[in-house]
Design a protein around this ligand. Structure first.
Ligand SMILES: [Zn+2]
Length: 183
């Protein structure tokens, strides 16, 4: 069954073109680095989001510290789908470093580490931190910036990028600004 599912996914990926968006089936293929769970699910057919699939993704992206679930902005999955397509890995697995955060989890992270925003869009379920196995994270970040579809943060020391559905903006955490200007 697993091989059949992957084959189906590959066929779906052939349809992943912005020109074919109105007709295509779009899937998410995620691995959660905290829970070691995996999800491979069609969340959209054409212009229609699939509510059952979105609910499963909401649970998958729950705050792993508290178990709290919040409904995610599905446009985030569209951004990630276009991101994997743009870097030439349309069927590539995305490692999820962080999905939803409760306000209390966000405050706890702020207290114990740097680079965590007070009003993080993770609290609104509008942001995901991620990396892709086999893909250079800097190149992933450049591709995300090129989409111009929301915020993109780069965390080179932790080797992940942040993507959200907020306004188009970018930042780098603890990285020489001379290497990141001009884009
Ligand atoms: Zn983030």
């Amino acid at each position: 069954m697993r091989r059949a599912a992957r084959l189906l996914n590959r066929v779906q990926c052939l349809l992943r073109s912005p020109l074919l968006r109105s007709a295509r089936i779009i899937a998410c293929f995620f691995y959660n680095t905290h829970t070691a769970e995996r999800i491979d699910i069609v969340y959209r057919r054409g212009d229609q989001y699939i509510s059952d699939a979105l609910a499963k993704l909401d649970f998958f992206l729950r705050d792993h510290r508290t178990g709290d679930v919040r409904h995610f902005d599905p446009r985030l999955y569209d951004i990630l789908s276009d991101l994997t397509f743009s870097i030439g890995h349309p069927d590539g697995e995305i490692d999820i470093v962080c999905g939803y955060r409760t306000p209390s989890t966000n405050e706890s992270l702020r207290a114990h580490s740097t680079g965590v925003a007070r009003n993080s869009l993770h609290i609104q379920a509008e942001a995901i931190d991620l990396r892709m196995p086999g893909v250079d994270t800097f190149k992933l970040r450049q591709a995300a910036l090129a989409l111009r579809r929301g915020g993109v943060g780069y965390y080179p020391h932790s080797d992940f990028i942040h993507v959200d559905t907020g306004r188009v903006r970018q930042w780098c955490f603890d990285y020489p600004s001379s290497l990141t200007t001009g884009d």
